[in-house]
Design a protein around this ligand. Structure first.
Ligand SMILES: N[C@@H](CCC(=O)N[C@@H](CS)C(=O)NCC(=O)O)C(=O)O
Length: 106
């Protein structure tokens, strides 16, 4: 659990640390499951951006993936995108970040 969650237990913080900027190449890991509508919003953006490399962790199909997410963030909510190791929750924020990332130059 991040320090913000401990300090404000009711708050649903979107990122546990400052989100890395989308203008340079990043290592991306997406925790998701396919029947989750919020995950599908994110997956749709990724389908349209095949040049974006992402490692997928399916919390329903892959043993240990959900526990891993809980261990890293204190939560089990998906979608969760790790950007160079920083967890970003909330599909709308993830979509916004990915759109900027996909349209970056270089
Ligand atoms: N506001 C969030 C909602 C995400 C959400 O509700 N995800 C559900 C699956 S569809 C979930 O992970 N629930 C389990 C949990 O929160 O631990 C978003 O837009 O990403």
């Amino acid at each position: 659990m991040g320090w913000l969650d401990r300090l404000f237990p009711g708050e649903r913080t979107r990122a546990l640390r400052a989100v890395p900027s989308p203008d340079v190449e990043r290592t991306l890991v997406l925790y998701k499951y396919d029947s989750c509508g919020y995950c599908r919003l994110v997956l749709r953006v990724l389908e349209r951006s095949p040049e974006v490399e992402v490692t997928y962790r399916d919390v329903l199909r892959e043993q240990g993936a959900r526990a891993e997410l809980r261990e890293k963030t204190g939560r089990t909510q998906v979608p969760c995108l790790f950007i160079d190791g920083v967890a970003l929750f909330e599909s709308s924020d993830i979509v916004t970040w990915l759109r900027q990332y996909a349209s970056r130059e270089g």
